[in-house]
Write a protein that binds this ligand. Sequence first.
Ligand SMILES: Nc1ncnc2c1ncn2[C@@H]1O[C@H](COP(=O)(O)OP(=O)(O)OP(=O)(O)O)[C@@H](O)[C@H]1O
Ligand SMILES: [Mg+2]
Length: 298
Amino acid sequence: MGTTAEQKQRMRAATAALNSMHHEPPDGFRVVVCGKGGVGKTTVTALLARRLALRGMKVLAVDEDPQQNLAFSLGYPLEAADALVPLSRNFDYVEEKVGARPGEGWGLLLALNPDVTDVVDRFGVHLDEGIDCLVMGSVVQAATGCLCPENALLNAVIRYIRLREDEAILLDTQAGVEHFGRALAEGFSQTLVVTEPGRNSLQVALQAARLAADLGIPRRHLVVNKTRNGADREKVETFLGDDHPFASVIYLPFDERVLDTEPAVSALLDDPSPFVEGIAAIEELLLACSRSGRPAPG
Ligand SMILES: Nc1ncnc2c1ncn2[C@@H]1O[C@H](COP(=O)(O)OP(=O)(O)OP(=O)(O)O)[C@@H](O)[C@H]1O
Ligand SMILES: [Mg+2]
């Protein structure tokens, strides 16, 4: 007996419903920070992590950049660098979990949904004041569906960390948008796109926001960092126009002290400044959005 048009229609509706449930990002503080190279993603992520921890939240800061910059920005000593191996280069862990080492795996059967619930305990760097930092390494071409062993592991890690409860998760990504895969949309409910006022980084910001929207990350905020004057602001407003994919746009001023204290950011929080006030505004916005749940459809 063949399938009727009505049955087909119902199957399609059920599949669509299952898919949307599967990709529904969780509530809670799950923020991915992205944007062009050098715009200030790591600086902003580290400051937010510090501020959230100061208000008593437990924070997991995840670094997708294999250079461990986020750990250093959070005050991890530079001389201890050798001790930090990004998960993507931890060949033993990759093999233990997915059944093949990086460089192998083509044609092998990889475990695509390994149990990685031990990852933070085993590899997280415990920083003071309630912050753990996990150096993950890059998700290479996840969007194109590359099934190499390290990607299988990193995707599983991204999917897992959203399940950690009572913890603010901040993911600092590498520059660009190529890494933006389905796993990110499954794990994160908000994205903070960082840009400078220049055209190039604004273009990347728009691209990132559109990808995030396509993947179903519901809340997208634009942070225009290193703004020097009103002309910068006008330039950004003109570029964006009225019809842009951001729920909010926040401006952070250029601040010499950020350069003076880098890579560590903690000292910046000791003195009030327009830059730190801007970070506080971003924090409030993210907290408000993470409390409010998903907007009602339609
Ligand atoms: N508001 C600011 N004023 C002045 N300098 C800033 C500001 N924000 C960030 N910087 C500086 O800009 C440089 C790049 O910042 P950061 O490393 O945070 O960028 P990034 O986007 O993470 O870079 P990458 O793409 O390489 O990971 C650093 O030297 C940092 O100190
Ligand atoms: Mg960075």
